[in-house]
Each structure stands twice: as structure tokens, then as C-alpha cells.
Design a binder for this molecule. Structure first.
Ligand code: ADP
Ligand code: MG
Length: 374
């Protein structure tokens, strides 16, 4: 039995329209028609459709994302929900919980006239989990996350920036998505980069109009490294504020446990590494931990917690270096032992366990260090 011409035409039409539902329907029909004449081809066709699944980013769909007229770059990206958990301190967990509860009951709150805007401002230095948290909020709400690329929104064409911003606020409600304005301070930087103060004003006003045009259900998350640069009128429109500073000790314990020890609750080391890594961001800790795990896998040894502690202790925020390979030198061990005991208040026994030496060796380091005035 042959395939009817009309099915082939229908198939091509559906493919060109990027209508994957119709492609599958016609595909199944063709497979049925092939079964008696060419069973192998029919099987192959069915296997193909099974394997391919349904692409989320069909071409027609990507074209519908707003773009900058000059650069042709998309203004918005749809991002998947995160796979890494986000670790927050207690007060921030409370803000997130309150926000989610309000968002999930927004119809009830609106009907009583007590809904607030579902707008969250996340402030904090780089690598503290702002983008990650935005992803988690979207995931908790079961809504797609649309991240705005502010670099492309700020168009080289004077006047187009405001138009770009308008198109974002028009687009996201049609998808019931979460609008994530990343690096919000890029807008404020217009003040320095361009002599045109008029444009800054226009852009700020467009953001405000955009925020004001949204209905009660709309969720907007903004992230910034420099909250003090934000226009106060924008600032006021975000009732939920989250300050993500460098993680505190409790959060650092969670981060080490998760990224270095794959959530093994029996490891005694995370609290000690947390002591050693004050001031580092979540991203810094992740970088060091994953480098240590790669070394341990490729070189076939257990994780060298002394080398990790050394890397954590020596790193400055935003510039982590991987743990040194091979054994720490005795100089490094001495410096680390003295630093952890004297500055970080870690006990000598814990330091010994962490760097893999005896307690006597640690007290030896301290005596030597003490004699040397260190
Ligand atoms: N609080 C945190 N909890 C869990 N992971 C974190 C945290 N902070 C940073 N990370 C890790 O660092 C990565 C980068 O963080 P990101 O969200 O991009 O930071 P930001 O947007 O603040 O610059 C995250 O994907 C995550 O793996
Ligand atoms: Mg980010």
C-alpha cells in the first residue's frame, strides 16, 4: 500500500508551520498506511517519532520571542527550571515562603482587595544565587521562566530601548510566565554611558509603565548587584525584597555538603570547610568543590579535604582557584593550621582530621608559627 499524496502534502505543510502535534498525527497515519506494504519503514517512522519527543523550542515558537530590531538578538530567553537546590538563610527563606503563598492564593487576595504586586527584588553580589533563586520561584509556581537579556534590551538605537522594554511587558503575560529582569542596574548605567539623560528617563518610565500595566497574577523578579543604583520609583514597585549577601556559615555548610560530598550527611568536614570559606559566594564554593571532585575522579583518590580547605582559605570572593594537586607542602599545612585555629576558631583535633596529620603535628605547627610571630 502506498502513501496518499494528500498525507505527504499535509505533512510538509505541518512541518513548515512548525506544528509538531500535526506532524505527529500525520506521521502516525502514514506509519499505519505503510504497515502492510513496508513494515520495516513503518517501524522506523514510529521509532523516529518516539525518539524525537516534542521539541519545546519549535522554530515557529522561537520566532515569536521579541527581538531587538537592530541587532536581531532575542530580548528574552526561556530558561529551564534549575536542577541545583538553592540554600538560603532563615530570613530569606521566610520572604520566599511568604511570596509563594501570596502568589499561590492571588485570586483570593485579589477578591478581597488586598493583593500586592507579585514583584520580587533580589539584590546581592555576583555568584550568590540570584538567578538560581529566580529559577526556583518559577519552578515552585510551575510557570515558565523568561529571562530578559538587558544587554540586548539596551539597544544601540536611541529610542529603541524603550520600545524593547514595552515588547517584553506585552509578551510575558501572553505566556503566563515569570518575567526575570536580570542585571537591572544595566538600566541605571545608561546614566553614565550616554549623555542622553532624556533616554534614561524614558527607559525608567517605560519600566514603570510596564510594571503598572500588569495584572495581579503577573510575577516579575528583578536582580541587581547594585541596588543603590536603582531608581527609587522602580524600587518601590517591588514589595518583596531579598538580600543575598555572601552566604553565612550555616548556608556554607549546606553548600559544601551538597557540592563536595553529594549530600552525604555523615561527613564531618562541611562545618570545618564552612569556617575556612567565610566571604566566599555559593558560586565560589561550587567551583572549588567541583574542581576537587574532578581531581579525585581523574586521579583515582579520595577527596583531599586539606587541599580543599587550603583553596577555600586562600581564595578571595569571586576568584576561586582549584585545590592544589598532590600533597600540601608542610609550609602550606602550617599556614592553614595556624589560620584555621587562630583566625577561624577551629579546634586542633578538627584541623588534624581535615588536613590529614596527627594532633601532635598540628600543635607543632602552632608552636613554630607562634615562635615566628605568625
Ligand atoms: N545560595 C546558593 N545555593 C545553591 N547554589 C548556589 C547558591 N549561590 C550560588 N550557587 C551556585 O552558583 C551558581 C551561580 O549562581 P547564580 O544564581 O548565577 O548567581 P548570581 O545570579 O547571583 O550571579 C548557581 O547556579 C549555583 O550552582
Ligand atoms: Mg545571575
Amino acid at each position: 500500500m502506498s502513501v496518499p499524496a494528500e498525507d505527504v502534502i499535509e505533512l510538509v505543510d505541518a512541518a513548515l508551520a512548525a506544528d509538531y502535534t500535526r506532524v505527529r498525527r500525520v506521521g502516525s497515519k502514514i506509519a499505519r498506511a505503510l504497515t502492510s506494504g513496508d513494515a520495516a519503514a513503518a517501524d522506523k517512522l514510529r521509532a523516529l517519532m518516539r525518539r524525537r519527543g516534542v521539541p519545546l523550542r519549535a522554530s515557529g515558537y522561537a520566532e515569536a520571542l521579541p527581538i531587538d530590531m537592530k541587532s536581531r538578538l532575542p530580548l528574552i530567553e526561556e530558561q529551564g527550571w534549575p536542577t541545583v537546590p538553592v540554600f538560603l538563610n532563615g530570613p530569606n527563606q521566610t520572604v520566599v515562603k511568604d511570596f509563594l503563598a501570596d502568589a499561590q492564593h492571588i485570586e483570593l487576595l485579589s477578591s478581597k482587595g488586598i493583593a500586592t504586586r507579585l514583584c520580587v527584588l533580589i539584590a546581592g553580589p555576583p555568584g550568590t544565587g540570584k538567578s538560581l533563586l529566580a529559577g526556583h520561584i518559577a519552578a515552585q509556581l510551575g510557570r515558565p521562566l523568561y529571562t530578559v537579556r538587558l544587554d540586548s534590551v539596551i539597544s544601540s538605537l536611541l529610542g529603541d530601548t524603550a520600545k524593547n522594554i514595552r515588547s517584553l511587558f506585552d509578551f510575558v503575560p501572553t505566556k503566563d510566565g515569570v518575567l526575570f529582569l536580570d542585571e537591572m542596574d544595566a538600566i541605571a548605567k545608561l546614566r553614565d554611558d550616554r549623555q542622553e539623560l532624556g533616554e534614561l528617563k524614558r527607559v525608567v518610565n517605560t519600566v514603570i509603565q510596564g510594571l503598572d500595566s500588569l495584572d495581579d497574577r503577573a510575577v516579575v523578579i528583578a536582580a541587581t548587584n547594585h541596588p543603590q543604583l536603582l531608581d527609587t520609583a522602580i524600587w518601590r514597585r517591588f514589595p518583596y525584597k531579598i538580600e543575598l549577601d555572601a552566604p553565612d556559615e550555616a548556608v556554607r555548610i549546606d553548600l559544601w555538603r551538597y557540592f563536595l560530598f553529594e549530600d552525604d550527611v555523615t561527613s564531618p568536614h562541611p562545618p570545618l570547610l564552612a569556617r575556612a570559606s567565610g566571604g566566599l559566594s555559593g558560586a565560589d564554593i561550587q567551583t572549588i568543590a567541583l574542581a576537587a571532585r574532578r581531581q579525585s575522579v581523574l586521579e583515582g583518590h579520595a577527596i583531599d579535604t586539606g587541599a580543599v580547605a587550603w583553596a577555600a582559605y586562600e581564595a578571595s570572593a569571586g576568584r576561586p582557584t582549584p585545590p592544589p594537586r598532590g600533597q600540601l607542602t608542610s609550609d602550606q599545612k602550617r599556614t592553614l593550621a595556624i589560620g584555621l585555629v587562630r583566625e577561624k576558631g577551629v579546634s586542633q583535633a578538627d584541623v588534624a582530621r581535615l588536613i590529614g596529620v596527627t594532633r601532635q603535628a598540628v600543635s607543632g605547627y602552632l608552636k613554630e608559627g607562634g615562635d615566628g610571630g605568625g
